[in-house]
Structure formats: C-alpha cells, structure tokens
Design a protein. Structure first.
Length: 102
C-alpha cells in the first residue's frame, strides 16, 4: 500500500512541498490542503515539479480549500484531481500510512 502525503502549507512560505516531493515513492499520493493548494496553480513556481511527480504518483487538491482561495478548477495543473472531504477520508483510509508535511 502507498503513503498519503498531506501538504497544508504554502510552498511560497515553507519547504514542506519540496521535502515531500523528495521523499515520494512510486505509487504514493499527495493531497494538497489549506494553503498547500496554491502549489497546484498552472504557471506557478511549483507546477513543473507537480507535473514531474504525477509521472509516478497521484496528486489531489481539497476542493473547499481550492475554492476558498479563489482558485478555479481550470486554474490547476492538468491531472490534479479535486476531492471533497469524503474523498479525503477515502484517501486516508486506503493508504497504508499518512504523512503530514508541516
């Protein structure tokens, strides 16, 4: 089973996402929440790193957090799936472990 990595800090203020990406193993999943969803914007400084990670890992963004930050679904890097709170629970339940990057 894979690891679910959660990132809730803006990559423009903390290095949580960078550290998370350095520890990924093929098949892992990343869930961006809170200010972490800002990393998923098309054309942003972290867009290419997320595209690269998508080659071996699935990436998700928490829909209510995306909306709360004024980011639309079409503003996200292609292939990042938006999930609701139920989807968050499903991702955590399906993972062997959850690692929160603070």
């Amino acid at each position: 089973m894979s690891t679910l990595h959660t990132v809730n800090k803006s990559p423009y203020e903390r290095n949580s996402l960078k550290t998370c990406l350095e520890h990924l193993i093929a098949g892992d999943r990343i869930l961006l929440t809170e200010d972490g969803v800002l990393a998923a914007r098309k054309g942003g400084a972290f867009a290419q790193a997320l595209r690269d990670a998508k080659a071996t890992c699935a990436i998700y963004a928490l829909g209510p957090d995306v909306a709360a930050r004024g980011v639309g679904p079409n503003d996200l890097v292609e292939g990042i799936e938006i999930v609701d709170y139920g989807g968050f629970v499903d991702l955590a339940a399906d993972a062997a472990r959850v690692c929160a990057w603070l």
